[in-house]
Ligand binder design. Sequence first.
Ligand code: TRP
Length: 328
Amino acid sequence: METVVSGIRPTGNLHLGNYFGAVKSFVQMQNEYNCYFFIADWHSLTTHPKPGNIIQSARTILAEYLACGLDPEKATIYVQSDVKEVLELYLFLNMNAYLGELERTTSFKDKARQQPDNVNAGLLTYPTLMAADIIIHKAVKVPVGKDQEQNMEMARKFARRFNNIYGLEFFPEPASFSFSEKALKVPGLDGSGKMGKSDGNCIYLYEDAKSIRKKVMKAVTDAGPTAANSEKPEVIQNLFTFLDIVSTKDTYDYFNEKWNDCSIRYGDLKKQLAEDIVTFNEPIRERIEEYMNNTELLDKIARQGAEKARESATKTIQEVREIIGFHR
Ligand code: TRP
């Protein structure tokens, strides 16, 4: 079975946009591949040197992913910092990673601009650590968003370079598996095309009914249709796209007819949409809460994941040591 690796930055709670993007594709892939999914807590130090309660943030993300259906029986789910073997590979790869190519990556340049007082070496070598994350398990596929394309090119380059320097076909070149194209795009509530992490615009998976209703009722609309069967402006189309994702076909058709004959009342549509989102969210929210109340279980799952990940990582790193010459 082909091996898949993906890392999740612990930068915040999951929202519906994440659910229909990355998370759903992870949940699908765990049935078809040998999957390693990890929480990239070391990576977060490149931008947040004092990350606060990083253990608790990792628990929260883990709880959310489990609640969405990631299954520790199917996939190896772990926290990056529990698998120290990655650091050794990171060191080896850094010895053959060149300053020029690292400085030229757009994410480095962006970050250097954003945090001019903290242009640290970890930021510079972010792509090397990411490559180590991936090739330590000899992954061939990496589900990532479009924004990670350059990091993936670097990972392939580092894998290829290792093979060339030591003269063997050791690391496979990992291919990106972009889920952005296949995934449903959840619109934002502020009239923007995409749900992102800004408060009025997104609905988090942990949100309760009251908060969801409040947000949906505030969603941006317009003055209403002026002619029958007219095209929907973007803000209205967004609400219909949302209905299409969480409501039944009957509900969608009902409001679509009302739009077409100009009798639509946005208040009614939003009320229905809010209820359908609540229905969708509620079981996930309940499971998040159950996991969050069971720290012991979360920690056990993370421990078992780390054990499995270390098995695979240890095997690779032992081979790498031999290849480079660290054996007696
Ligand atoms: N850089 C990725 C992101 O920002 C997170 C990440 C770290 C990752 N290591 C990885 C993704 C390895 C895939 C594989 O989203």
